[in-house]
Design a protein around this ligand. Structure first.
Ligand code: 1GP
Length: 224
């Protein structure tokens, strides 16, 4: 994961054709994440998993609810929402999941993410009862993710909105070992390159469904 630069995130609640899925998996992206907020079902997750598995690309599940956890992924990402007002989204859901699956868990395949949701119009923002932190808050969350909780990943989640590259840079300057994931509103190679200049890994989601050809070009933009 330390070598990764680009990830596509597929939403199990959205439709993607076999043709597009094949092109996406063979695009040269470093990994494909399956994850979403609304209507994530086990059927939807299993459908994507089996179709992505025809390809060699690493396939990760970003766990959003207990019902859609399934074996078969290369790795599992578990968000801990640092700017939620409710401890439930930071710790309690994760605690319940670990309690249920503790005997099946292979710790080397599980990565906890310090999540900071920065778009107040994102579904995940409302769903997790988050508040909008200011820039200093975000930098302090990055510090906490790395030095207090020792999380391997700090994720700046602007889902659906292009974020602030200056703030991404500030956060990157703060972090040492922890990887900085940036996701939100990347629709073209210029935006991909701008965010990749500061973050370690960029995640492209929605534009897969709204402008597939342009989304595909984000891979080459950051890998070359
Ligand atoms: C969503 O961070 C990802 O969880 C990507 O965001 O859907 O806006 O590309 P977009």
């Amino acid at each position: 994961m330390n070598e990764w630069k680009h990830i596509f995130k597929l939403d199990p609640a959205k439709e993607i054709s076999d043709e597009h899925l094949d092109l996406l998996c063979e695009s040269g992206t470093d990994a494909v994440i399956v994850g979403g907020t609304d209507d994530v079902t086990l059927d939807g997750v299993l459908d994507l998993l089996s179709r992505i598995r025809r390809h060699a690309v690493p396939c990760l599940l970003e766990v959003s609810n207990m019902d859609s956890i399934t074996p078969g992924f290369d790795d599992y990402l578990i968000p801990m929402v640092l700017n939620s007002r409710e401890k439930k989204w930071m710790m309690d859901m994760q605690h319940q999941a670990i309690k249920q699956y503790i005997d099946m868990m292979e710790y080397s395949q599980i990565f906890f993410e310090g999540y900071c949701i920065l778009n107040k119009d994102a579904k995940a923002f409302t769903h997790t009862n988050s508040y909008l932190p200011d820039n200093e808050d975000v930098v302090a969350y990055a510090y906490m993710a790395e030095h207090v909780f020792h999380l391997p990943i700090f994720y700046m989640e602007y889902s659906g909105m292009y974020g602030d590259p200056q703030l991404v840079k500030k956060v990157k300057d703060q972090l040492g070992e922890a990887l900085l994931f940036y996701g939100g509103g990347i629709e073209n190679p210029i935006q991909a390159r701008e965010m990749k200049d500061n973050a370690d890994v960029i995640i492209v989601g929605n534009s897969i469904y709204t402008n597939f050809n342009s989304a595909m070009k984000t891979v080459k933009a950051v890998k070359d």
